[in-house]
Design a protein around this ligand. Structure first.
Ligand SMILES: [Zn+2]
Length: 154
């Protein structure tokens, strides 16, 4: 039994960006182009195929659903419709073995612990959730610093 579930960007956010070509809550223009390098979609959590699929790059606050203050940063999604990842309880395959930062938050958006890891993702996340004060974990790319997805306690 896993202690968390993977939470991707809400579909309403992805759809709003696709419809308006603007960052939700900020209004900055979203940038559309064909993916050139590694670009994980925050909605389906799959990689956007380079030189083949188009992406939208925009400013996103990963705390918009969970608390304040905001911490906006750049994210990618597929420019065209994709299927949101829902309810996964294991760490997504495409992100394993990469340098990741796991930031564990408690009530009031308090940062309780941060781990920089490469590999052993499932165990590391489970370990952070052993602290009963940890409500959710933000997973970020350590190299780029960008927000990827959230792990919620179940
Ligand atoms: Zn996608």
């Amino acid at each position: 039994m896993n202690s968390f579930q993977v939470v991707a960007m809400p579909t309403e956010v992805a759809n709003a960006v696709r419809a308006t070509q603007k960052a939700p809550g900020y209004g900055f223009p979203a940038h559309r182009e064909v993916a050139a390098g590694r670009a994980p979609c925050r909605h389906c959590l799959q990689l956007i195929r380079p030189h083949e699929e188009e992406l939208l790059l925009f400013t996103y606050d990963p705390f918009r659903e969970v608390g304040e203050p905001p911490l906006p940063g750049p994210v990618y999604i597929h420019a065209e419709r994709c299927e949101r990842t829902v309810g996964e309880s294991s760490f997504p395959e495409q992100y394993r073995g990469r340098p990741l930062t796991l930031a564990a938050y408690g009530d009031q958006r308090t940062l309780l612990e941060e781990r920089r890891i490469t590999g052993d993702e499932q165990k590391q996340a489970e370990g952070l959730f052993q602290n009963p004060e940890v409500k959710y974990i933000h997973v970020r790319s350590t190299e780029a610093g960008c927000y990827l997805f959230r792990l919620d306690r179940v």
